[in-house]
Structures are given as C-alpha cells and as structure tokens.
Ligand binder design. Structure first.
Ligand code: 13P
Length: 254
C-alpha cells in the first residue's frame, strides 16, 4: 500500500517566532484532530529546522522536511546544505526540483538526478517535483514533458531505490495562482506518470510510488483532489502557512 502524505512547503516565509508558533500549532492540531494513517511533513526554511523539529520530532506521524539540499557530500560549497547536515537535525524528507528552484536556481534534470542519488544514499526520502508550464499545457505536450523529467532524473535508479521516492506533480500554472488543476486533470496526469513508471519498472513497483498533487491546494478543493485514485496526497504551499487550513487539508486525506 502506498503512503498517503500531506507536505507543507513553507517556502521563504516565516520569521523565527512565526515558525515556532506555526510548527507547534500544526503538531498540536494534528495530535488532537487527525486519526488517519496519512503522514504529515513540514518543510520550513533551513534556519528554522531545529526549532520546528523540537515540536515535530516527538510526534509519530509528523515529519521534518527540507526544501532543497546540495548534491555534494561536504566541503567548499559556501551557502549550500548537505544531506548529512539535514539528517543531523532530524530531517526525513527533502523536496527536490521544485519549479521555483528549476526557474530561479537553474536546476536541471541532470543536477536533480545527482541530488536524488545523494538523498537516497543518506536514507532520506526525496519528494521529487515535476510539472509543466502553461505554455507546455496549451501546446498539449504536458504528459511528454513531465514524463521526460522523470526519465532524466529518476530512471537511472534501481527498482528498489525508485520505491524510496515520492513524486509531487505541480503544474506551474497552478502554483500560487489560486488556479487549481481540476481533479480530472490531476488524475489524468498522475495516471499517465504511473503508467510511465510501470513501463520502465513494472506495474507492481509503479503501484507503490506515492504521487502527490501540488498547486493551490486548499481546504475547499482538497477532498475532491485526494479522492482521485492516483492522487496520494498533496504538496501545499500558501495554505500550509495557516495552521487551521493546513490541518483541514490533512483531515481531507483521511
Ligand atoms: P501553492 O499551494 O501556494 O499553490 O504552492 C504549491 C507549491 O508550490 C508547493 O510546493
């Protein structure tokens, strides 16, 4: 059975004080209100990981996530953060290849393949992001485009390692725009990606991979999105900054 996961990507938001309040509120509300087997991941900015981790780590179903990492093991990479450093503060999930990093930090499918390897070697779960621009969708080539992102960054992995990866489909046109993909658009892409994984690794392996949807997920649309057979959870941006909204989204996964 594949895991159901709701991950909150705080992006470049929250001061220290805000991070502590938000992290503790989310953990307390999940503890009080959620009794499903869905896993919750919180990915604050790097500098708040230890602080937020104090609240997150004692809770069995809430995990600490990071928003990026270096592909390099250690050494002279000023400003970068390694898998080992993240592991040492309790990180168990790392978001890789978010479209904002592909756009603003020039991350390519090739660099991301190396990052995926480093994260798996560090026994942390990568949340590998993929997704097309509006231009690609309007040209009708979105399935080929997103499939290629998977091929170039993941298909060098053994089946055993691929099973350690979580995929997050985030159409760029739906991120932070308030314009969600319809549940049918999400389901169609997720099913196509699972078929693409099955073509390389077989259906049994493909059935074990959690594929999350991201892009303007909110309490009002979460239940319908998560009700789709190939949507195994969500990667939530804006709504993860409000504890009430985020926990309501988690509850929609139950
Ligand atoms: P929004 O939920 O703000 O659209 O962001 C989605 C996202 O990019 C999560 O990684």
């Amino acid at each position: 059975m594949r895991k159901k996961i709701i991950a909150g990507n705080w992006k470049m938001n929250t001061t220290r004080e805000q991070a502590e309040i938000l992290g503790s509120e989310v953990v307390n509300m999940v503890a009080d209100e959620v009794n499903s087997d869905a896993l919750v991941v919180i990915a604050p900015p790097f500098v708040h990981l230890s602080l937020v981790g104090k609240h997150v780590l004692p809770h069995p179903n809430v995990y600490l996530g990071a928003q990026n990492c270096s592909q390099h093991e250690k050494g002279a990479y000023t400003g970068e953060i390694s898998v080992e450093i993240l592991q040492s503060v309790g990180v168990e999930y790392i978001i890789l290849g978010h479209s904002e990093r592909r756009e603003h930090a020039g991350e390519t499918n090739e660099v991301l393949a190396a990052k995926v390897d480093s994260v798996i070697a560090g026994e942390i779960t990568p949340i590998f992001c993929c997704g097309e621009s509006l231009e690609v969708r309007e040209a009708g080539t979105e399935i080929d485009f997103v499939s290629k992102q998977l091929t170039e960054s993941l298909f060098h992995l053994s089946a055993e390692d691929l099973k350690k990866v979580v995929i997050a489909y985030e159409p760029i046109w739906a991120i932070g725009t308030g314009k969600t993909a319809s549940s049918q658009q999400a389901q169609d892409m997720h099913a196509a990606l699972r078929a693409h994984l099955a073509g390389k690794y077989g259906q049994d392996v493909a059935n074990e991979i959690s594929i999350l949807y991201g892009g303007s997920v909110k309490p009002a649309n979460a239940e319908e999105l998560f009700g789709q057979p190939d949507v195994d959870g969500g990667l939530v941006g804006g709504a993860s900054l409000k504890s009430r909204d985020f926990v309501d989204i988690v509850k929609s996964m139950a």
